[in-house]
Write a protein that binds this ligand. Structure first.
Ligand SMILES: Cc1ncc(COP(=O)(O)O)c(C=O)c1O
Length: 461
């Protein structure tokens, strides 16, 4: 990142452009508006998950093919949302569609293991270097079960997470995310705040948050917990933080975390629900060269079907194998899901696919950074393999505190409107990163860069 002094953005101009682009999007999405009126009569808030909600109405999709999606108004967009980062294979990939179609006629659910479940576990072992695997149906289930296994393995209850990280919607980890700047707390004693209502404070208190990219602060907090008789069972973290744009680990940080957790007998869990299979064949574990005791996978694993997995060492999985932890679920290892995962891992997410993603992402990051530089915007482009974003901040974001300090919600909302009106589909209302798919092309990426260029011109012109 350069040391230039960026322009000060005119807030009145942002408001004016937001009104203009909002009206334009409203005009283009009348069928979504009508669908919303109907949907809200039964679906709570008109959506299947609160993360799909948007004011004045959500954009309802009709179909997807390759790198593109179509909404119910017939607007065709290049998809950079990709199902919250799940569809790194692109939509309706022929190999995955064929595998699912073949499986459909053979029966879709038995709650008994099939060969595909074994093949996928063998491939995950090869990619992540972890010998034992189990399946779940979502990222939330993966992190919930991984934490339970870590607790049983260590006989400890407290867990440590990174402040601001999202690990799914169960009580253990819906803590200290999305907290306003003035409630973050002291860096050495960050707050354990439930994320939303319905989460008991007594559960939240078992979850201790520490800042990202600060191994010394993590160690100090762990030492205090040990002194208080509350030694943690696990540290659960993303090796590169997502869900607030992207925050990469500083050199040496992950190695230090690995050393600290090992020394204290703490299970290190890399939550690879976003990074796994998307940023390298062996996820962040391979990309950053640090091996945790457990990884959690979901999203991209199922190639569009709801499948997740937990990997771990023989030692931590002993509590599953000896029956003391019930790692269970009716749909775990569902034949459709593992058939899709098998096709994805063996036929789609090949070494060539990862090379293609790296090349495309370089193009995205370079193109977006050139726009930032040309218009002297307060921000920078950052990315890793299929994932990236433009972070609107005058300095580099290293953790949740710096993210919150510089968060520019108005600009993020405006950027989203510019995207939608120019054929770029992105996640509404959040600082979500882009996800590329193996079916994206350089031309698809140029649609994104051109929309960003238009935004920059209108903001600074
Ligand atoms: C890092 C991470 N972990 C876990 C989850 C939860 O996954 P799911 O929504 O499939 O339950 C998410 C979802 O966004 C995630 O980003």
């Amino acid at each position: 990142m350069s040391t230039r002094t960026p322009v000060v953005l005119d807030r009145a101009r942002i408001a004016e452009l937001t009104a203009r682009e909002g009206a334009r999007l409203d005009d283009r999405t009348r069928a979504s508006a009508a669908m919303y009126e109907r949907a809200r009569q039964t679906l709570s808030g008109g959506v299947a998950s609160s993360y799909q909600a948007r004011s004045p109405w959500p954009i309802y999709l009709d179909r997807g093919q390759g790198a593109h999606v179509w909404d119910v108004d017939g607007n065709r967009m290049v998809d950079f949302h990709n199902g919250f980062g799940s569809m790194v294979q692109g939509h309706a990939h022929p190999a995955i569609s064929a595998a699912v179609r073949d499986r459909l006629d053979l029966g879709t659910h038995f709650a008994a293991p099939t060969e595909d479940a074994v093949v996928v576990a063998e491939e995950l072992k090869r990619r992540f270097g972890l010998p034992r695997w189990r399946y779940v149906n979502s990222g939330s289930e993966a992190t919930m079960d991984a934490i339970r296994i870590a607790r049983a393995h260590t006989g400890r209850e407290t867990i440590v997470k990174i402040f601001g990280s999202y690990h799914g919607h169960h009580d253990y980890v819906m803590v200290s995310i999305g907290v306003p700047y003035d409630q973050i707390g002291d860096r050495d004693n960050l707050a354990s705040l439930p994320y939303g209502a319905g989460i008991p404070q007594s559960v939240a208190d078992l979850t201790i948050a520490v800042p990202f990219n600060d191994a010394a602060a993590m160690e100090r907090r762990i030492e205090r917990l040990v002194a208080e008789g509350r030694a943690p069972a696990c540290v659960i973290m993303e090796a590169a933080m997502m869900n607030l744009g992207i925050v990469l680990p500083e050199p040496g940080y992950l190695e230090a975390v690995r050393e600290i957790t090992r020394r204290h007998g703490i299970v290190l869990i890399f939550d690879e629900v976003k990074t796994g299979l998307c940023i390298a064949a062996g996820g962040a574990t391979e990309r950053f060269g640090v091996r945790p005791d457990m990884v959690t996978l979901a999203k991209a694993l199922g190639g569009g079907l709801p499948t997740g997995a937990i990997g771990g060492t023989e030692e931590v999985f002993e509590v599953v194998e000896n029956g003391s932890v019930y790692q269970v679920g009716t749909y775990n290892g569902n034949p459709l899901g593992v058939a899709a995962a098998r096709a994805s891992l063996l036929e789609v997410m090949t070494p060539e696919a990862y090379a293609h993603l790296d090349k495309l992402n370089d193009h995205m990051v370079t193109g977006c950074q050139a726009v930032v530089d040309r218009h002297n915007l307060p921000g920078y482009a950052v990315g890793v393999a299929s994932k990236g974003c433009v972070t609107f901040a005058p300095e580099r974001i290293v953790d949740y505190e710096t993210f919150k300090q510089h968060q520019d919600g108005e600009l993020a909302d405006l950027a989203w409107l510019y995207n939608l009106n120019r054929g770029v589909f992105m996640t509404p209302g959040r600082e979500e990163e882009w996800t590329l798919s193996v079916q994206h092309t350089v031309e698809d990426c140029d649609v994104f860069i051109a929309a960003f260029e238009e935004l920059a011109v209108d903001l600074t012109g």
